[in-house]
Design a protein around this ligand. Sequence first.
Ligand code: NAI
Length: 344
Amino acid sequence: MECFSAPDFDHHEQVVFAHDAASGLKAIIAIHDTTRGPAMGGCRIWPYPDEAAALTNALRLSRGMTYKSALAGLPIGGGKAVIIGDAATVKTPALLHALGRAIDRLGGRYITAEDVGTSPADMAQVAQVTRFVTGISRDGSGGDPSPYTARGVYHGIRAAVRHRLGSDSLAGIHVAVQGLGHVGSALCKALSAAGARLTITDIDATRCHRIAHRLGATPVAPDAILDTEADVFAPCALGAVITTDTLPRLRVSIIAGAANNQLATDDLADALKARGILYAPDYAINAGGIIQVCHAYFGNDTPVDARVAGIYDILLDLFARADNRGINTLAAADGRARERLTNG
Ligand code: NAI
């Protein structure tokens, strides 16, 4: 297994392989860049097919965190921890404590949080052995960043609608929402309150119909959401929803949603531009969660809600930059994030 010559190795500062025989911990902690501050990023537990896949994931996700936090203007760098295994079977207090000790040995260069396969309650376990952990509420009961992610996406959609359709108001704007989990359901509520018209879907049909009934939205089958004629498509389920196969089906002028890695490959950003579809780069619009966990850890004079609302201005800036330079919006986001790493 290669590390320094792996395709996703991007001058990462430090990659740690952490093992604990007693608890069975096999973890990789990747610290990508600490130029702006300690590396922060969630801990994922996943049954990777092999160790190379786990390393790839840690390298890629930690780099993504550097860019996301830099673009959001946060005083942190990018990191990620991955634990190899099925959360349903490997996750024990002993394993979480072993992870916490490994993080503690890094002396604050990496601060962990919840991610796929871990919860705020798990972070409370980690916090028993290290202070380099966030995503836990003060009373130990919550810490879920999803409402902040949803709020940030809401402001991002407002920015995209303003840029593309010339209006700040969402009244009468038709949004097709894919995925009604923690983020998607909260987003729908906010959009509905702002007067948007909603078409929604989830593979959980019961949940979809319940939310549709509550908000007066139109429920559709999961596959039909891609063919829905609307102003905005908001992917809030899985990644890689935009592919060379799905792109020709889209009948929207804006893509703006919470899912990570919405484009199967980066070159699709050019294809979207060519089709006249405004793409709100995923890592710019879904930064509300990292803004909240960073805020919870370090505190800040600016209220967290105001920082999350700032995603509106960040996106307007990216759209203008893309237009002025004739580049796609993802390239504009990458360029702005790199500037922040160099110039602060
Ligand atoms: P979640 O797991 O609570 O919700 C995902 C929902 O999508 C579930 O209701 C699921 O049934 C549905 N779904 C899955 N496949 C689907 C399909 N093919 N068609 C329609 N619905 C489908 O996840 P959560 O927390 O709401 O996150 C949503 C997305 O946003 C994920 O991609 C996540 O990585 C991303 N994200 C979430 C953040 C957060 O704070 N929770 C932060 C940044 C990104």
